[in-house]
Structures are given as structure tokens and as C-alpha cells.
Write a protein that binds this ligand. Structure first.
Ligand SMILES: [Zn+2]
Length: 541
């Protein structure tokens, strides 16, 4: 038989194959967009001819491309690229925010939206949210949206509130439209009031595509070769994302969740429109596919506004925000399940996780389906009983260990001993649950090393405080969750997620050996090369 020669060989590496035996190899041969062979450097040298390009891994880690199973690629990519990034420490006062608004207003026509994202009022010198008057002062003739880092609230100026038709607090649930002492609008809107107003903010198709392309460029430099997009602005985002992926402008492979962040009613209408087409999860190709439908059951872990069964440790009367009732979730999960969809929910608190587990259980009891792979995004706080039910039902939780590295100290304060079952990755492993890892960028940074830090150390990266250490996993376990399990979560483990002959050649080469590198310093590890489908899409040196 004639031997096939390789287009590329990666040699002299510590190759984490993530195959079923977690074998470690030395070299990988690539032909076209696929892996031809994996083995020792001597084995793989046999695939070399005059045309083969050789990459020396220098004795460092080679692994399958990272799969970020939960990222808002558009919102992340739009930061500093259509949407002004106002995260600390770039911005540390309201005056800083005003200066950035003025600068943008000078470039825009009157009436064009000015969009900013990422401030944290706790980190501003004034320790409060800016007011609508302060935004008006900087841009009297443009509508302004200033979204907080959690994405669950934002401040709007007078023109923006007028466009959205927000005139009084009675239009929304208590506390959603924040008022000044004299009863006038403050400008800060929360949850549904914020989401509804967000629908009025305008983005052009081109602006969105540029956001995705920018996000993609950053992901490739971090070794992320596949992204499960957790959604943004509904139809306009999905259209732009599909265009960007199928023209090759975005190189990472995308599994797009069906989600619109404009609140519950808008989300239901958006999902219903898909259910009526007959097209469902899995439609697409290796570059872009229709993912699960996603609903949003509760608030955020760091607000904190996640829906918890027992009140927060630091604020016992507060049980967070529950957006969907059990009955509403049951109806939507059943409907989407029957329509052939993979279903998922943003569920952070144990109350929200329980609602989703109940809903999936009811759907599967009424209409059994093998290999449904219904997911729970975040699946933040669980307990042994919930973990048992998740295992039994075959639910795929998507964990966010990067949240532990960024918010660990706050979590200890908010959730007390519940952190022992927060992003419970070791308990999932022990129970035979397949969990994948997502960064949830732009809520956190999408660098996989940040997630690995949280998974390996269960430690706040700033304070060094530990958080539920019993949930630590080791490097090989974390790498599997971040690669193969991510592929499993989108029904693609047969084509990617491990380095095995015949699979897509999505490969990352690091500048250190993860197996010997100290876990506390994993954030210092960088990517040297990223390959997607055998093509080098990022090279550091
Ligand atoms: Zn998210």
C-alpha cells in the first residue's frame, strides 16, 4: 500500500491525546484538515517527505484545541470594537466614563447609539452607579447605554430612556427601574427593564461581524479552536455569526445556542420561531452549527442574584432572582425537547438548577430520547442529591472554573459552605457526569489558563483564598473537560476533541509542559501555535 505523507508534523512534544486511555504521545502527523497519525517521534518521522512542514514542540505540551463551551463571542468581540470597554482598571471613575463617551460622541452623528460595557460600580472611585444626568452631560444628542460587567443591569441617558419608552417604575417589577429620592428616574435599569431597553440599541450587521472577527482573533491567540456561542442579540447576532463563520472570517468552529438576551418574553418568541421551522440542534457543518435552545432561569453568581434555596450567607433574606417558574420552564423544555432540540438553561443557584433538572426529568419521562445531551449552563450550586439526579438523567453541566479564580473570595462570603458544591467538577467526575468548561466571556476572560487555574487550584487568583478545595481536578481531567467533553456537549466528539487519526487537526502547542508545570503558575503558560483543520491560525514566535 502506498504510504500517505504528512503536510505537517508536530514533533518532540508531550502530546496529550485525550484518547480513551489518556495516552501521552510525542508527535502528530497532519494531512489536509485531518490528523493522519499520532505516536512516537520515530513513528511519525516515517510520514515525512520533502514537502512536509515540521514544527518542533520543544518538549512542551501539545493538546487538542480548547473548546470553550460557553462564551458570548459577539459581546466579547465587540468590546473595544463597537462597544467601549469600561472595565476596571482601564476605567476607575465616573469622569473616566464621561471622557470615553465624549470621545465617541465626537465621532458619531447625533442620534447614533453610544455603547459601553464592563463597569463595576464597586470599583469606581465614587462607589456608585453613574446617573442619567452624568451620561447626558457627556452626550446630550446621542442615546447612551452603559452596561454593568454582570450584564444584568445598565445605566441609560435621557435620550435612550425616551427611545425605549421608560417613563415610570410601574412599567416593571419592583426595583427594576431605579428611582431617585424625589421619584424621578435615576437611569439605572435592572433585569427585564434593562433587557427590554437593550432591544432598542442598534447594531449594524457589519458592526456585529467585526465584533465576531475581533473575538475570534483573540480566541485563536489563546488556543481556543471551538466556541459554543451562548448568544447575544437574537436574530441579528445569529445571522452575522453564520455569515462570519461560513465565509471563513471567523476561523474558530462555532456551535450557536439559540438565545436572545432581551428578557423572557422576547426569548420565548425567539425560540418559538425556531421550533416552527423543523430545523434543530446539529444542523450545519464543522464551521457553524445550530446548538441548543437556551433559556435564562436566574441571575448571576457574582451579583449575587442567582436563585438560591436558602438565602445568601451574607444576606439571609435574599434568595436572588428567579426569572422562570417551574411550570414555565417545564412547558418550554418539553416543547423544545419534542421538537428535537438539545435544550439548555442558564441556571446558577441551586433553586434554578433544581427547576431545570425537574423540567428535563419530566420531558424525558413523557418522551424518552436516548442521547439527548440536554445541558445546564453554569450549574453553579448543586448538592449530592442534585448531582445524583444529573448523573441519572445524563445531563451535561457546563462548568465555569474561571469564576472561582476571579470571584472566589466573594463566593465564600455569599454562599458559605455551599462553595463545596459550586462548579462541582470533581463530584461530577466521581458520579460519571460529563462536564465541559466555558469561560462565559466577556463576564470573565476567555484565556483557558484562567479556567485551568480555577479548576486545578480552586483559589481566588487575587486574594489566594481557597474555595471548595474538594472539587479540585488534575491537569489531565481538566484538559479532557476542556476538549473532548466540549465536543461531546455539541455531539461532535467523533470529529474533534482528541488527537486521534481521522479527527480534525485542531491542535494547540503551549510554551510549557502542563504535566510538570506548577498548578499555581498555570496562568503564566502561553500558546505558541494554534492550528485549526491543519492550518496554522496563530503563531506567537
Ligand atoms: Zn453566559
Amino acid at each position: 500500500m502506498e504510504r500517505l505523507f504528512a503536510d505537517k508534523i508536530i514533533q518532540n512534544g508531550v502530546v496529550l491525546t485525550v484518547n480513551s486511555k489518556d495516552e501521552i504521545a510525542e508527535a502528530v502527523a497532519i494531512r489536509g484538515d485531518r490528523i493522519l497519525a499520532v505516536g512516537s517521534s520515530a513513528d511519525i518521522a516515517a510520514y515525512r517527505d520533502d514537502h512536509t512542514q515540521v514544527i518542533d514542540a520543544g518538549g512542551k505540551t501539545v493538546l487538542p484545541g480548547f473548546i470553550d463551551a460557553h462564551i458570548h463571542l459577539g459581546m466579547y468581540g465587540l468590546l473595544d470594537h463597537g462597544v467601549i470597554n469600561v472595565a476596571y482598571p482601564k476605567v476607575s471613575s465616573i469622569a473616566d466614563i464621561q471622557a470615553l463617551i465624549r470621545e465617541d460622541a465626537a465621532k458619531k452623528k447625533p442620534g447614533e447609539w453610544i455603547k459601553l460595557n464592563g463597569y463595576d460600580h464597586n470599583k469606581l472611585a465614587e462607589k456608585r452607579h453613574p446617573t442619567k444626568e452624568e451620561l447626558d452631560e457627556a452626550a446630550p444628542s446621542n442615546p447612551v447605554q452603559l452596561t454593568r460587567c454582570c450584564a444584568h443591569m445598565g445605566v441609560y441617558n435621557t435620550l435612550a430612556l425616551k427611545i425605549a419608552g421608560v417613563t415610570s417604575a410601574d412599567q416593571y417589577a419592583p426595583d427594576e427601574v431605579v428611582l431617585n429620592e424625589d421619584g424621578s428616574l435615576h437611569g439605572l435599569l435592572k433585569e427585564t427593564a434593562h433587557m427590554d431597553t437593550s432591544t432598542k440599541v442598534e447594531y449594524s450587521n457589519q458592526e456585529l461581524i467585526e465584533g465576531y472577527v475581533n473575538g475570534d482573533r483573540l480566541l485563536l491567540s489563546m488556543g481556543v479552536t471551538s466556541a459554543h456561542d451562548a448568544g447575544a442579540y437574537g436574530a441579528i447576532s445569529t445571522r452575522a455569526l453564520q455569515d462570519a463563520c461560513l465565509t471563513g472570517a471567523v476561523k474558530a468552529r462555532v456551535n450557536a445556542m439559540i438565545f436572545d438576551m432581551f428578557g423572557k418574553q422576547s426569548g420565548i418568541r425567539y425560540i418559538d420561531s425556531y421550533l416552527h421551522t423543523g430545523i434543530h440542534s446539529g444542523c450545519g457543518n464543522e464551521h457553524f452549527r445550530v446548538g441548543p435552545v437556551k433559556i435564562m432561569l436566574d441571575g448571576s453568581s457574582s451579583g449575587p442574584s442567582s436563585a438560591v434555596i436558602d438565602g445568601y450567607t451574607h444576606d439571609p433574606d435574599n434568595h436572588g432572582i428567579q426569572v422562570w417558574t417551574q411550570e414555565e420552564a417545564d412547558e418550554m423544555v418539553m416543547k423544545a425537547h419534542k421538537a428535537g432540540y438539545q435544550v439548555t438553561a442558564h441556571a446558577v443557584g441551586d433553586k434554578a438548577v433544581t427547576i431545570m433538572v425537574n423540567a428535563i426529568e419530566k420531558a424525558l419521562t413523557a418522551c424518552p430520547r436516548k442521547d439527548h445531551r440536554h445541558r445546564i449552563e453554569h450549574c453553579g450550586i448543586t448538592n449530592p442529591e442534585l448531582i445524583g439526579r444529573i448523573a441519572k438523567l445524563g445531563i451535561v453541566p457546563i462548568s465555569n472554573p474561571s469564576f472561582i479564580s476571579i470571584n472566589g473570595t466573594d463566593y465564600n462570603r455569599y454562599y458559605g459552605s455551599r462553595v463545596d458544591f459550586m462548579f462541582a467538577m470533581k463530584s461530577y467526575l466521581d458520579a460519571g457526569i460529563i462536564t465541559a468548561i466555558g469561560s462565559d466571556a466577556p463576564i470573565t476572560v476567555p484565556n483557558p489558563m484562567n479556567s485551568l487555574f480555577g479548576a486545578l487550584n480552586r483559589m481566588d487568583q487575587k486574594t489566594g483564598d481557597t474555595v471548595g478545595q474538594m472539587q479540585k481536578v488534575d491537569v489531565l481531567q481538566a484538559v479532557r473537560m476542556f476538549t473532548y467533553n466540549g465536543a461531546y456537549a455539541s455531539f461532535e466528539e467523533n470529529v474533534k476533541g482528541s488527537l486521534e487519526p481521522g479527527k480534525l487537526a485542531d491542535v494547540v502547542i503551549l510554551d510549557q509542559d502542563l504535566l510538570t508545570w506548577p498548578a499555581e503558575q498555570v496562568r503564566d503558560v502561553q500558546v505558541r501555535y494554534t492550528l485549526i483543520g491543519g492550518e496554522v491560525v496563530y503563531a506567537r514566535d
